[in-house]
Design a protein around this ligand. Structure first.
Ligand SMILES: Cc1cc2nc3c(=O)[nH]c(=O)nc-3n(C[C@H](O)[C@H](O)[C@H](O)COP(=O)(O)OP(=O)(O)OC[C@H]3O[C@@H](n4cnc5c(N)ncnc54)[C@H](O)[C@@H]3O)c2cc1C
Length: 469
């Protein structure tokens, strides 16, 4: 990892001063300065993203403590990098030299679950799966379900605007965030949005914060929309002789008006990687495995209809799961995909290109061409129903030439996504990894307006500097 410059990081005198000031409003155990410990907070899970050395890591437990941190940071002009579980895949939570890492993981209380209002009110450090299990006990459902749901936090999900497996039916994080409490750069507390079913008072600042990657303020509380818990979903697995045929099936399913609760794709490389890692017995002769699920009252009938569409698109095998347990095993296999691909050569660069569903086939054919051109293994798993692909470049980081080819192919995949009318990131965010690509997607006027927004919220540029823009 190389280092990047922070707006201000003068010397140990400043660090000493900084620590002393922080300790005036935080308990000693919430302020970490041991370099061996602070270094472990320096980066998220993305490769090729520069990360600096934090001056200090703070672990507040209250809103007032977060306000104190931001007041000190503003006064001393020290950059602040908010962090959740650091499971991000774009370097958005990476430290800058001399920064305060503001870890929200200790603010992990579920404050309220209201079945009548169908909302949950939570602190940012709540783990996604913890919230999901807690609301289930009330017959409710919090849909956004990144594959990392057992480790990532709601604050991080809001920071990245994360998606997941069931988003094809239920939508992404942005659709579930109704209101926020945010500590601004200067320490003021702002409430946005609502806890009502409707509300259009003023600009939608809540939505602005979703996906802002910690660059506009610190989320300290969130009001989240919940849904009634749907029936248990049942999964079908279909094997295809090519990724193109699997993509054609996706198009037929969507065109046919079906509403699957999940429509995921794993290519041959991914299937093999998952088998190698977890011995799951997935079919390795298939070029692409499509998983479709329904959580309707009669999922078997829906699966039969979708199975026929898969066969019409060329599926060689269509196998509905026998029961919920077998369905869950298939989902586990899909959730393991990125971790399994990492084990192939030790390091991965994970693209997150989302294209219109109608272009999914062209996207996957292009990725195959790019893999052949650079002589690399690129496994693809995809939230196929959303057109959101994760072409994952597997490489040996010790091999300089392979690392260079990995970076180049990673970029070429983003260029292909833009050519096909897509976006460089469907759910992982821009961070530092895709910063140069943002302008290519949104253009100079878009960049100018985004900078104006950043300036309004963070005039001193201390909030997660060097990320997004
Ligand atoms: C194996 C694996 C599978 C994954 N699968 C998916 C997937 O299916 N879908 C998906 O979308 N992502 C996925 N991810 C990526 C990652 O888990 C998500 O981006 C997740 O939302 C990050 O949450 P986190 O708590 O780890 O946040 P972090 O990585 O710590 O932070 C993410 C961003 O949010 C900001 N942030 C964190 N907390 C706050 C706060 N309280 N206030 C303001 N800003 C804040 C940070 O500054 C940073 O910019 C996966 C990652 C892994 C490792």
């Amino acid at each position: 990892m190389s280092r990047i410059e922070a707006p201000r990081s003068e010397d140990a005198v400043v660090t000493g001063d900084l620590t002393g000031r922080l300790l005036a409003g935080l308990p000693a155990e919430a302020v970490l300065t041991d370099p061996g410990v602070t270094a472990s907070y320096s980066h998220d899970m993305a490769s090729f993203c520069p990360a600096g050395a934090p001056a200090v890591v703070v672990l507040p437990r209250t809103v007032e403590q977060v306000q104190h941190v931001m007041r000190v940071a503003t006064e001393l002009r020290v950059p602040v990098v908010p962090q959740g579980a650091r499971s991000g895949l774009s370097g958005a939570a990476n430290a800058t030299d001399g920064c305060i890492v503001l870890s929200l993981t200790k603010m992990d209380r579920i404050l309220e679950i209201s079945p009548v209002d169908r909302i949950a009110v939570v602190e940012p450090g709540v783990i996604n799966a913890t919230l999901s299990h807690a609301v289930e006990e009330h017959g409710l459902y919090y849909p956004p379900d990144p594959s990392s749901w057992e480790m990532c936090t709601i604050g991080g999900n809001i920071g990245t605007g994360s998606g997941g497996l069931c988003c094809v039916k239920y939508g992404v994080t942005a659709e579930y965030v109704l209101g926020l409490d945010v500590v601004l750069a200067d320490g003021r507390l702002m409430s946005t949005g609502r806890r009502t079913a409707k509300g259009v008072a003023g600009y939608d600042l809540t939505r602005l914060f979703v996906g802002s990657e910690g660059s506009l303020g610190i989320v300290v509380r969130a009001v989240l929309a919940l849904r009634p818990k749907p029936p248990q979903q049942l999964v079908l697995a279909a094997e295809f002789p090519s990724a193109t045929a699997a993509c054609a099936a996706v198009c037929r399913i969507m065109e046919g008006g079906h509403v699957p609760s999940l429509l995921e794709l794993m290519d041959r490389t991914t299937v093999k990687a998952v088998n190698d890692l977890a011995h799951m017995g997935l079919p390795e002769t298939t070029e692409a495995l499509l998983l479709a699920a329904f959580d309707t009252p009669h999922p078997a009938a829906d699966l039969a209809a979708v199975g026929e569409l898969c066969e019409a698109a060329g599926a060689t095998q269509v196998v509905p799961a026998d029961d919920a347990a077998e369905s869950e095993l298939l989902l586990q296999a899909r959730r393991l995909s990125l971790t399994a691909l990492e084990a192939v050569k030790g390091t991965t660069m994970i693209d997150d290109v989302c294209v219109p569903r109608s272009r999914l086939g062209a996207m996957l054919e292009g990725v195959e061409r790019i893999a052949a051109k650079y002589g690399l293994t690129i496994g693809v798993c995809a939230h196929a129903g959303d057109g959101n692909t994760h072409p994952t470049v597997c490489f040996d980081a010790q091999d300089a030439d392979e690392s260079r080819r990995a970076r180049e192919s990673f970029d070429e995949i983003m260029a292909l996504g833009l050519e096909l009318g897509g976006t460089i990131t469907g759910e992982h965010g821009v961070g530092v990894l895709k910063k140069e690509w943002l302008a290519r997607e949104i253009g100079p006027v878009g960049v100018e307006m985004q900078r104006a927004v950043k300036q309004a919220f963070d005039p001193l540029g201390i909030l997660n500097p060097g990320k997004v823009l």
